[in-house]
Design a protein around this ligand. Structure first.
Ligand code: SF4
Ligand code: SF4
Length: 281
């Protein structure tokens, strides 16, 4: 376990975590909403530091990143935990469960990339924000060795930790789960404005692509998608935008996204954005 960054101590062994906009107040012996930061005797610890649940080699396009080092492979690692609670989560066994893990150090991850000539490391699979300290340590080392760092994220992180991390991150894919704040709260337990802010800040600091998973009944409303697309275009019309097809999973069993609606959204997006992709079709 590693002491967590970005928290303050309160009276009576209580702590407040400022890593993500939940800003959890955590009593002694309890964890925050993400369940991977625990208050032990008035000190906040990261429970998943160096606990690797998955380590694979993926084409960078699978992240998905279409316009960052295309044609290359990326060493992709994941741990466990998440600060959202999307009922359609495809990685729920590691975002919500306690999978079996292997202990690794940042140096060991970077050495695998170096020995095999992998040009980038991706922090992905579960939400990397909640293994912040391990990602930051690994990304710093990778940067020193000339390896690029990619973060695949839900974009729910506070500005201070984000800016610190962005010094070392080269590319991000950020989920924009819906353009309806009520649905963000209801389904994911997060808020739209916080994610928009992360997209704005990050897109000025590194290469950013956005994924909109068109979940039936949540994010397949063409009018809301149009608002989302126009907002992305207002930041930068050259931000690559991925429209991804949803399939029933975990606790959400509405039918998979209507194919025609994806193509309708795709042609709508092409009116405003230069790079539009569809995925999981
Ligand atoms: S990172 Fe975890 S503990 Fe910290 S504020 Fe977010 S959900 Fe709460
Ligand atoms: S943000 Fe991603 S990892 Fe977390 S619950 Fe939602 S889909 Fe799963």
């Amino acid at each position: 376990m590693k002491e967590a960054m970005f928290y303050e101590k309160h009276e009576g062994l209580e702590v407040k975590c400022h890593l993500c906009p939940h800003n959890c107040t955590i009593k002694d012996g309890k964890t925050g909403i993400c369940q991977v930061r625990e208050n032990i005797g008035g000190t906040l610890f990261s429970l998943n530091y160096g606990k690797i649940s998955s380590l694979h080699l993926d084409p960078v396009e699978k992240k998905p990143l279409q316009r960052f080092m295309p044609g290359t492979f990326t060493l992709s690692m994941g741990s466990f935990g998440c600060n959202m609670r999307c009922p359609w989560c495809q990685n729920y066994t590691i975002s919500k469960g306690k999978p079996s893990t292997q202990d690794m150090t940042p140096r060991e991850i970077v050495e695998i990339a170096l020995e095999n000539d992998y040009p980038s490391i991706s922090y992905t699979y579960n939400e990397p924000t909640v293994y912040y300290e391990f990602m930051l340590d690994t990304a710093k080392l990778a940067r020193e060795k000339g390896i690029k760092n990619i973060m695949v994220t839900n974009g729910f992180i506070n500005e201070g930790p984000l800016r610190e991390l962005l010094k070392y991150i080269d590319a991000m894919n950020i989920d924009l789960k819906t353009y309806n704040d009520k649905n963000y709260k209801k389904f994911c337990g997060a808020d739209l404005e916080s994610v928009k802010k992360v997209i704005e800040i990050s897109s000025r600091a590194c290469h950013v692509e956005i994924t909109a998973l068109m979940v039936t009944g949540v994010n397949d409303n063409i009018h809301e998608l149009l608002q989302m697309i126009k907002w992305v275009a207002s930041i930068n019309a050259e931000i690559p935008f991925h429209l991804s097809r949803y399939y029933p999973m975990y606790k959400y069993f509405e039918p998979e996204t209507d194919r025609d609606r994806i193509f309708e959204a795709e042609s709508m997006a092409r009116e405003y954005l230069k790079y539009v992709y569809t995925g999981n079709i």
